[in-house]
Write a protein that binds this ligand. Structure first.
Ligand code: AKG
Ligand code: FE2
Length: 376
């Protein structure tokens, strides 16, 4: 199979995009996987979360309220489609999250991608380090995340991020090609396309739920200039999981996120409690609304805070983010606003939004969308 876009060195006058700060180029010995393989018995101080951030705080104990599970196969006939629309509307309004089953992404492709992720993390440190040195235009590469804010604890996670060449502005040709482990890129090209198609289907349904044509949301994020990147997250086993977080509470800056998880670890905040979202079947996909859809829908659909906790067992997840083109202006859609429902956000260029998102870190309760709220 042909790999569509080659990795190249960047020209000397190249201006990196705003996403460049998302992945931190940690030294090899600072990678979580490396530390764990060296056999540490205690979590280094830089990774210890302050008491109010630790995983046990605010975790829901009873289990009466669960993230909705939505059967995409309902959409096959007219009656079922109405039900599917109603289920997705409710999930996006109340939770901003749902788990999808019968979503159409082939089982074999999901398994193959997860196997490739595991193979990637089984490479030697030297082999993985190659991907820190390759230059790219987006936040793609290999490293840690959220390292920029010195007053915040480091996260117990290593990440490899790639982007889907067929879903991006082709003027940006410096994407990361993974040539080791062999076959990774080929599997990703197929997997990424299938996930992207699924995400477009969800956006079409959300558009119809909003009373708009199917391509409404996709057009709002730039049509063929929209992008998708995929993060291969690795949360190595932790000797003291009660002190750390794999990912601290955050809302996604994308339009949608689609997550494949190998084992439990994801939690979503609802009514002040952290609610675990374990995979509801071996190949379910978690779908969540990001800040972009919250803004376009004028907050009808919620981009909810979520986090990843770690355990004594290693965990892998694969998160794909559908994002507007950087030049797109985000704002509540005029079609969805009127006198009774005036826009609550001002318009902002997506590139500017990302700069804000990355400069804030995750220290406090501030939601980036709130920075663009209009005073009423
Ligand atoms: O791995 C997970 O469970 C969560 C990943 C996530 O929220 C993210 O990558 O933004
Ligand atoms: Fe997330």
């Amino acid at each position: 199979m042909k790999i569509p876009v080659e990795s190249k060195d960047l020209p000397p006058d190249f201006e990196p995009t705003e996403w460049k700060d998302e992945l931190a180029k940690r030294r090899p010995e600072q990678m979580v996987q490396y530390m764990v393989e060296e056999g540490i018995a205690e979590v280094p101080k830089r990774f210890v979360q302050p008491p109010h951030m630790r995983p046990a705080v605010g975790r829901r104990s009873s289990s009466d309220d669960e993230v909705p599970i939505i059967d995409m196969a309902l959409g096959k006939d007219e009656e079922g489609r109405k039900q599917l629309h109603a289920d997705i509307a409710r999930a996006c309004e109340e939770w901003g999250f749902f788990q999808a089953i019968n979503h159409g992404v082939p089982d074999t492709l999901m398994d193959a991608m997860m196997d490739m992720e595991k193979k990637f993390y089984s490479l030697t440190s030297e082999e993985k380090e190659v991907y820190k040195k390759r230059k790219t235009t987006m936040s793609v590469g290999y490293g840690g995340v959220y390292d920029k804010h010195k007053d915040q604890a480091l996260v117990w996670m290593d990440r490899l991020t790639v982007d889907l060449p067929s879903a991006r502005d082709l003027t940006e040709t410096y994407n990361l090609v993974i040539d080791n482990p062999p076959g990774f890129q080929e599997v990703y090209v197929e997997y990424g396309k299938a996930i992207y198609e699924f995400a477009k289907e969800i956006m079409a349904i959300i558009s119809e739920v909003l009373g708009q044509p199917k391509d409404f949301l996709f057009k709002k994020i730039g049509d063929d200039r929209a992008a998708m990147k995929t993060a291969f997250n690795y949360y190595p086993q932790c000797p003291q999981p009660e002190f750390v977080l794999g990912l601290p509470p955050h809302a996604d800056a994308s339009a949608l996120a689609i997550l494949q998880q190998g084992s439990p670890g994801l939690e979503v905040l609802k009514n002040g409690f952290w609610i675990p979202v374990p995979p509801c079947s071996k190949r379910s996909l978690v779908v969540n609304v990001g800040d972009v859809i919250q803004m376009i829908s004028n907050a009808r659909f919620k981009s909810s805070l979520h986090r990843a906790v770690v355990t004594e067992i290693s965990r892998y997840s694969i998160g794909s983010f559908i994002m507007p083109h950087r030049e797109i202006y985000l704002a509540p859609a005029a079609e969805l606003c009127d006198e009774m429902n005036p826009p609550i956000y001002r318009s902002v260029k997506y590139a500017e939004y990302i700069l804000e998102y990355l400069s804030r870190g995750i220290k406090d309760d501030l939601r980036v969308v709130d920075l663009f709220r209009l005073c009423t």
